[in-house]
Write a protein of this length. Structure first.
Length: 310
């Protein structure tokens, strides 16, 4: 035991599905398709929003931030997962593991805050349509975006300062990537304080924005119900429906992952849950927003027609 306790951990083994070799090729194909669709879908959204003057509005400004974020969010983990599908004992260095863990955490927190900001934008558009352009000015949009990214950085540094450093030779992470909860479980030192800080941090970045979104959409619903024309109600609901679908998938999976009592071992279903907010949500975001949005579809066909005429 003395030798194990004095062992310095320089790399980790990402268990993933390495104990199911027959499923590795299937998972590789699934991860690759998800990653390719994420890059293509979100990249196209960013391009359309930049080149189309009709999409130069606050809603699409924040949507471009979301698409940009999702591309990097999946890039932090999915390429590593793809490479690991062909390895019996996939390893990652200690430094790479820590960097991957906190970059992913930073981007995940930024998405939590950004979805709340997008809910406020929809609230201003539906509840104060006559003053919408004054409320959501260019200056305010930039300030909200900067606050979102800066706030995510601060909330990432808090668990980072509490990171355990003693691992006693235990280096097998039962996960696809370096997830902070699975990482902490390997520590041989007392992690009780780390778990409390992580739980409190998760409450702030998940429950507070989620409650804000619920209250915002409660106000939006009341405002929409006061609209007399069915066409007007349908248009108002359509502008918010896409955002609600994204919020439901992302927050539902993240809350079930981070705001429940954690055992000392990483359960296999945790890995499946993490795929929803780490791979599935970034993939479906552009599909949801584009399929339900006439402006985005119009910008796409205009771009396609311009390319074909050249």
């Amino acid at each position: 035991m003395g030798d194990i306790n004095n062992t310095v951990v320089t790399e980790f083994i990402l268990l993933g599905i390495s104990n199911y070799p027959k499923a590795q090729m299937v998972m590789f194909v699934v991860f690759f398709v998800f990653y390719l669709m994420t890059l293509l879908g979100n990249g196209l959204m960013v391009v359309l929003i930049i080149i189309s003057p009709l999409l130069h509005t606050p809603m699409y400004f924040f949507l471009s931030n979301l698409s940009f974020l999702d591309m990097f969010y999946t890039t932090c983990s999915v390429p590593q997962m793809l490479a690991n599908c062909f390895s019996r004992w996939p390893t990652i260095s200690y430094i790479r593991c820590v960097i991957q863990m906190y970059v992913s955490l930073f981007l995940g927190i930024a998405e939590c805050f950004l979805l709340a900001v997008m809910a406020y934008d929809r609230f201003a558009a539906v509840c104060n349509p006559l003053h919408y352009t004054l409320i959501m000015s260019r200056k305010l949009c930039i300030q909200l975006a900067v606050t979102t990214w800066a706030g995510a950085l601060v909330m990432t540094l808090i668990p980072g300062l509490m990171q355990p450093t003693q691992f006693c030779g235990h280096n097998v992470i039962n996960h696809f990537t370096c997830e902070i909860q699975a990482f902490i479980k390997l520590a041989c030192s007392d992690t009780h304080l780390n778990e409390i800080v992580l739980m409190a941090n998760s409450f702030v970045v998940l429950i507070v924005p989620f409650l804000f979104i619920l209250l915002t959409y409660g106000r939006i619903t009341l405002a929409v119900l006061r609209i007399r024309s069915a066409k007007g109600r349908g248009k108002a609901f359509s502008t918010c429906g896409s955002h609600l679908v994204v919020v439901s998938v992302f927050y539902g999976s993240a809350i079930s992952m981070y705001l429940r009592p954690q055992g000392k071992t990483s359960a296999d279903h945790d890995k499946i849950i993490s795929l929803f907010y780490g791979a599935v949500t970034p993939m479906i975001n552009p599909l949801i927003y584009s399929l339900r949005n006439k402006d985005v579809k119009g910008a796409f066909w205009r771009l396609l027609g311009k390319k074909m005429s050249e």
